[in-house]
Design a protein. Structure first.
Lengths: 86, 267
């Protein structure tokens, strides 16, 4: 009986885990989501001075690797630039 | 003999540090080890009452540190075990009566005579925690599978690392298998993944803990309880033994439960 009821009341554990994941990253690095966003904007500004990038495709995130935190930036370069120059 | 100093801590209060300390100490003593526990929670003495030794206190930790008695005089022997002792906390003083270097000196004195020194830390990240951490060889962080306890455990694990006392080892206390099965409680795997430290114990929520603590007989003294078995396994893992984690799936116990119900008339 408890089994079918569980399907509806359950899953709050997932919410707990996801919320903890985010909060622990910020606790450990002392970086707020706002600070990460500012970092992203400034970083894009600097990089844009040298290469053309697509602002929409830039991904910056703090990820967990064991107990180590890593700042991962994925910044795709606009391929059209190369062709224009060449 | 060179004792291993184990500090039991958590950050958040009420997760079961004192219960863990008492039970692991008794389990180690039952395994034939020579054990002394120190109640590091000055001003909020509790390990004595959980162990059932509250009526035998004459001197306490602060008396030893301030030279009012010899170390031996403050050690209460638990008569139920062959080699288990308690050094109680002072109740009418505060955390600043003891310094981290006092604790290091005290533990160095105990090292030659014991196999294990267990220190029950106070909650928080202030003086009481610093005192308990200073002499530690191993740090056990106790947590519950619940957001605030896990967050505080993470903070403590970070501080333990920063003090170069890491990596801490984790005990997950009060895991409710029923809630886990329903998806309404973090699993032990979730907690380990989030905190990324070695797990040395999963203790299920067990009413026997309340009952036995009421009587001053820690649950590990009762052979058949699941929590008792889980604490015994923590002791074995501290000794370096490989012990599989308990299967906490209640369904396996259905026949046992049924027969208990029939015998006790529902209890």
């Amino acid at each position: 009986m408890a089994a079918w009821r569980s399907r509806r009341s359950g899953r709050s554990a997932n919410a707990a885990k996801e919320r903890l994941k985010l909060v622990l990253i910020h606790d450990r690095t002392d970086l707020t989501p706002k600070a990460v966003n500012n970092l992203k904007n400034e970083l894009m500004e600097v990089i844009s001075r040298y290469i053309a990038i697509d602002p929409e495709a830039v991904r910056i995130a703090v990820t967990q690797d064991g107990r180590e935190q890593r700042l991962v930036a994925d910044i795709p370069i606009k391929s059209s630039t190369r062709r224009k120059i060449g | 003999m060179t004792a291993t100093i184990v500090t039991i801590t958590s950050g958040k209060g009420g997760v079961g540090k004192t219960t863990t300390t008492a039970n692991v100490a008794i389990a180690l003593a039952e395994l034939g080890e020579k054990v002394v526990c120190i109640d590091g929670d000055i001003g909020l003495r509790n390990l004595d009452i959980v162990m059932g030794l509250e009526n035998r206190i004459v001197y306490d930790l602060v008396d030893v540190i301030e030279g009012r008695c010899r170390l031996r005089q403050a050690m209460i022997r638990d008569k139920r075990m062959s080699e288990l002792y308690l050094i109680p906390a002072a109740q009418t003083r505060d955390k600043s009566s003891v310094s981290p270097s006092d604790m290091v000196r005290l533990c160095d004195q105990l090292r030659d005579e014991f196999d294990w020194v267990l220190i029950d830390s106070s909650a928080g990240i202030e003086r009481g925690f610093r005192n308990a951490l200073a002499p530690a060889d191993i740090v056990l962080v106790v947590t519950n599978p619940e957001v605030s306890a896990v967050r505080d455990a993470d903070r403590i694990i970070g501080l333990v690392e920063a003090e170069e006392k890491g990596p801490a080892k984790l005990v997950i206390n009060r895991l409710n298998p029923e809630l886990v099965k329903r998806g309404d409680m973090l699993t032990a795997e979730d907690v380990v993944e989030l905190l990324a430290v070695e797990l040395v114990g999963i203790v299920p929520e067990d009413q026997s803990v309340v009952v036995s603590t009421n009587r001053g007989q820690p649950v590990v003294m009762e052979a058949k309880t699941k929590a008792g078995q889980a604490f015994r396994n923590v002791a074995l893992r501290l000794q370096g033994q490989e012990v599989p984690f308990l299967d906490l799936d209640e369904r396996k116990d259905i026949f046992q439960k049924l027969s208990n119900m029939l015998r006790s008339g529902g209890d």
